[in-house]
Design a protein around this ligand. Structure first.
Ligand SMILES: Cc1cc2nc3c(=O)[nH]c(=O)nc-3n(C[C@H](O)[C@H](O)[C@H](O)COP(=O)(O)OP(=O)(O)OC[C@H]3O[C@@H](n4cnc5c(N)ncnc54)[C@H](O)[C@@H]3O)c2cc1C
Length: 185
């Protein structure tokens, strides 16, 4: 369709309301005030529960280990918990991980989740969508692991590892354990 003129939008709201017929259109009330009581609602709010994260809350942790849809399952997040426990850190993730039920909503990073500023964020299997990366722009260092070399997450990280996370995670756990042993001895 080709439009040659500026589009015109008719004002139908005011004239269809009998309460304001014949009044000055500019000053006419468009939305009349409606008073509602509890009886007008079928649903009632009985109590509001705030979901508690498991372990350290992501917005309180210095290190956050984050998982995305590439983790493939709730079981996949168990290995992230192992890393987090070793580092004394928190586990977070993307909205897709929340939608799959792999992590709780309280652990979601991003514009619709929590905005965090950890010293270190380690990301596994998350593509790097803006909605998610906006949640950690204040992080000091970001390490990202993803099998897709073109993943957007590599544009926002300090260290990027292009590999299968299933290969990287066991090596990382082994190395952390070795280094913790060195610190202890
Ligand atoms: C209004 C709105 C608000 C939103 N708010 C948020 C928000 O607050 N937080 C948020 O996270 N999202 C939010 N989203 C969703 C967001 O846009 C993305 O869809 C989401 O972040 C993508 O999640 P993901 O990276 O886990 O999944 P995907 O984009 O599917 O990425 C999965 C990644 O895993 C990698 N991968 C797969 N298998 C492996 C493997 N074996 N090894 C290594 N890597 C692997 C893939 O290469 C891919 O890069 C919002 C969306 C909308 C529309």
């Amino acid at each position: 369709m080709k439009v040659n003129q500026n589009p015109r939008i008719p004002n139908v709201l005011v004239v269809s309301n009998p309460a304001v017929k014949g009044t000055d259109v500019q000053n006419a009330p468009i939305f009349p005030r409606i008073e509602l009581s509890e009886a007008d609602f079928r649903a009632k709010t009985m109590e509001i529960f705030e979901e508690q994260p498991e372990g350290i809350p992501i917005d309180k942790a210095d290190i956050v280990v984050s998982g995305g849809h590439g983790m493939k399952s709730a079981g996949g997040f168990e290995s992230l918990k192992e890393i987090a426990d070793l580092l004394g850190s928190a586990v977070g993730g993307t909205r897709r991980a929340v939608e799959e039920g792999w992590i709780k909503e309280a652990s979601m990073i991003g514009v619709s989740g929590k905005i965090i500023r950890p010293k270190l964020l380690i990301s596994f299997g998350a593509s790097g969508a803006n909605h998610w990366t906006a949640g950690f722009v204040g992080a000091n260092k970001v390490v990202a692991i993803d099998s897709d070399p073109d993943a957007q997450v590599f544009d926002v990280c300090d260290i990027g590892i292009v590999d299968d996370l299933n290969e990287v995670i066991p090596v990382m756990i082994k190395k952390i354990k070795e280094n913790l042993t060195k610190i202890d001895s």
